[in-house]
Ligand binder design. Structure first.
Ligand code: RB5
Length: 148
């Protein structure tokens, strides 16, 4: 199973922590983003790479870290099949998987810090999709028709 993990300059430490968690669990990992905070990177450029890999099936999981997680999720969710969730705590980590079958976990390093990113990613990875009534709801996410 392959995970692709990316960040901009505001999420480098969280990205490294996420890679640590994933490598301990035996994931094959591809990493995108700058190595130093002085090397500015625009979050959409990174999110496009990660969302492309996940929605084409090249990777089974994406992790994105920026200052807030929001810009990464906004960009990734433009891709049909991407289910990018901004995770802020244990509950959103669990629900993003159990109810939404999220395939991209987004974190804000300036919001929750690098240690919490590692903790909530563990919860995200440990939580299976519940399926059942949530299956049809998740199936409707890509049904963009302009009306209810
Ligand atoms: C970068 O300064 C910051 O805007 C970015 O990391 C992120 O928070 C955007 O959503």
């Amino acid at each position: 199973m392959k995970a692709i993990v990316g960040s901009d300059h505001a999420g480098i430490n969280g990205r490294k922590n996420a890679i640590e968690v994933l490598s301990q669990r035996g994931w094959d990992i591809e990493e995108k983003g700058p190595e130093a905070s002085e090397d500015r990177a625009d979050y959409p450029d990174i999110a496009h790479l990660i969302a492309t890999a996940v929605t084409t099936g090249e990777a089974q999981l994406g992790v994105l870290v920026c200052g807030t997680g929001q810009g990464m999720a906004m960009t990734a969710n433009r891709y049909p099949g991407a289910r990018a969730a901004v995770i802020t705590d244990a509950f959103t980590a669990e629900m993003a998987r159990a109810h939404n079958d999220a395939n991209i976990a987004c974190f804000g390093e300036r919001v929750i810090g690098q240690e919490q990113i590692a903790i909530h990613l563990q919860t995200f990875l440990d939580t299976p999709f519940e399926g059942g009534r949530h299956e049809a709801r998740v199936g409707k996410i890509d049904k963009v028709t302009g009306g209810a």
